[in-house]
Design a protein around this ligand. Structure first.
Ligand SMILES: [Cu+2]
Length: 168
């Protein structure tokens, strides 16, 4: 009788020690690893939805879709997440005309939230050559934004309006 209750206490004590060790070992590091992994995934593949607005009607923008700007000028537009940030995006515009990449132009962007008063921001895209222009979009929060992209390429001027549903 006595020895069996001693064994029972010993087993219970051993189980408690094992529980404590298991709880202490991975606990501190696992939540940090999950957070870091989540950020990396968000930066690699934003699930933002883009639509181009023509005459007040928005239609989904397909990846790589070429949008008429003015004359023979067409634009291809892509958004990229910015590593280490939650909401900022990089806008990458590629311009081409009848003779190829349109590098001598200028591209600027203004943005505001469609249904909230968060102010707005404007940015001038930096020309990177080969018809590529890059602008930073410091969105204050995820949600529905409208951005207006203004183009000047030689004598051609044009504007593209995009609705962006930014996914956090
Ligand atoms: Cu808002």
């Amino acid at each position: 009788m006595r020895s069996s209750s001693t064994v029972r206490f010993a087993v219970a004590g051993l189980a408690l020690v094992v529980l404590l060790v298991v709880a202490a070992l991975p606990g501190g590091t696992s939540s940090g690893a999950v957070t870091a992994k989540r950020n990396v995934v968000a930066a690699a593949a934003p699930s933002d939805r883009l639509a181009v607005v023509r005459g007040g009607i928005a239609s989904p923008l397909a990846p790589g879709e070429r949008l008429a700007v003015s004359g023979e000028v067409v634009a291809t537009i892509a958004l990229h997440a910015v590593p280490e940030t939650r909401y900022a995006r990089t806008l990458r515009v590629t311009l081409a005309d009848g003779s190829g990449a349109a590098s001598g132009g200028s591209v600027s962007v203004s943005a505001h939230m469609r249904f909230m008063d968060h102010g707005s921001f404007a940015a001038r895209a930096v020309a990177e050559g080969d018809g590529v222009y890059v602008a930073s979009l410091p969105f204050a929060m995820p949600g529905e934004w409208e951005i207006v992209i203004t183009f000047v390429v030689g004598a051609d001027r044009g504007e593209i309006v995009l609705d962006i549903d930014e996914y956090d």
